[in-house]
Design a protein around this ligand. Structure first.
Ligand code: ASP
Length: 411
């Protein structure tokens, strides 16, 4: 028992992944008999969707309110968060459309859950579908669009209520922390879920399915690397006008910790130290932008949500219209805002986007086995993004000591 927990979770998950594939390949279709273990894991993940979105979105919106206090720094950071998040989702959508990682997988043996087909609904229905007429009903039905609207409104209400809204805000902030802890507990089930799900995929769906998952993982890495190497480098070089190499050298510790923990939150102290000490960003800008970024700025997650939705649509043969693409781009960014900076948050947020465009939730079970390896890269992208935005905003507002950044040589 002790030795089990002594092994880092990610190593247990990778071990389970490999073992699952081997067992599934030898066992064949019979491996479906242990899928129940994976279903239990997915069931707990689904349990988290409503409370996690609700608490963290409300807390996230309320946190954005502080931006006003910081004036020029806050608005610049928010603008960079939004623009980079949009570029990231569209990158995921572009990669998914171009490479089609899910094409050619025979999923006829998977039973599809009841997903509402949104394509034949009128625009009037769609608008009405976003109104949280009965918030409790919306939560009971796990109806994410109206849930998001409701959460945004509560967040705005809290901001408008100022001091009087503070007790309610505290409830949401503390609720969001509690939900993150609950997620951590659920994540301890990951090795077992991953083992069962990979055995099931490898045994019943065969090599095509494994190849498709391989492509998804590769695209996730390519997308994340493009964001880091092209988008963040350009931000540092052209907007902040600082040396790119020194920037990356300065955040190397944060990159290492984020990759191994798959948690922006757990990396936060390291990111803060890198940004302040190695890059010379002022204390106030660093703590404000980096901690806000760890909660709401998740470009790796946004990119992945776009990519994964197309993957699900491809394996289940769901046709997506341009309207759906637009919806995915908005929900992908919101999902990234709503995703907590903890391992597996992106996996939970997939339910948010899938439900809205009619992609079966079974996709989650299908990709959950390889999620951890992708999560590690997403998190590194998220954390590097927080550092890039903090550095850029600091450079634009004169809150950086460039001499200290150059001394990144001796980090
Ligand atoms: N694990 C990621 C993070 O902490 C979120 C995700 O799952 O995409 O940044």
């Amino acid at each position: 028992m002790k030795t089990w927990f002594a092994i880092p979770l990610w190593q247990r998950v990778i071990g389970a992944l490999i073992l699952g594939i081997i067992v599934g390949r030898f066992w064949g279709p019979e491996a479906a008999s242990i899928k129940i273990i994976g279903d239990v894991f997915i069931g707990f993940i689904k349990m988290l969707v409503v409370p996690l979105i609700f608490f963290s979105l409300v807390a996230g919106v309320a946190a954005i309110g502080d931006l006003r206090k910081l004036g020029s720094v806050g608005w610049r950071a928010l603008l960079l968060f939004v623009v980079s998040g949009q570029i990231a989702v569209w990158l995921g959508l572009g990669l998914g459309t171009l490479i089609q990682p899910g094409a050619g997988v025979d999923t006829s043996s998977l039973q599809k859950g009841p997903t509402p087909p949104p394509n034949d609904t009128t625009w009037q229905d769609m608008i009405m579908g976003m109104i949280p007429e009965s918030p409790v009903q919306v939560m009971a039905d796990v109806n994410v669009l109206p849930l998001i609207v409701f959460a945004l409104l509560i967040g705005i209400g809290i901001l408008m209520a100022k001091e009087e809204g503070e007790p309610v805000l505290k409830i949401f902030e503390s609720g969001s922390v509690v939900m993150q802890k609950v997620t951590m507990i659920v994540m301890e089930l990951t090795p077992f879920g991953v083992f069962a799900l990979m055995a099931w995929v490898a045994g019943t769906l065969g090599l095509d399915a494994l190849a498709a998952l391989g492509k998804l993982v590769a695209l996730n890495y390519i997308g994340c690397l493009l964001i880091i190497l092209v988008m963040y480098s350009s931000m540092i070089k052209f907007i902040a006008k600082l040396p790119v190499i020194d920037f990356f050298r300065g955040i190397i510790d944060a990159i290492a910790v984020s990759y191994s923990t798959a948690s922006s939150n757990a990396t936060l102290p390291v990111t803060l130290r890198c940004v302040r000490r190695n890059l010379g960003v002022s204390n106030s800008v660093a703590s404000f932008v980096v901690s806000l970024g760890a909660t709401i700025n998740m470009n790796g997650t946004a990119m992945y949500l776009g990519l994964a939705t197309l993957f699900g649509a491809q394996i289940f043969g769901v046709d997506l219209s341009w309207g759906d693409y637009l919806l995915i781009s908005v929900l992908g960014t919101l999902g990234a805002v709503g995703a907590a900076g903890i391992p597996g948050a992106g996996l939970i947020m997939m339910a948010l986007v899938f439900g809205a465009v009619g992609v079966p939730l079974e996709t989650i079970a299908f990709v959950a086995g390889v999620d951890r390896i992708m999560d590690m890269m997403r998190t590194t992208t998220n954390v590097s993004g927080d550092a890039a935005v903090a550095t850029t905003v600091a450079a634009l507002t004169g809150e950086i000591d460039a001499a200290e950044m150059i001394s990144a040589d001796d980090v």
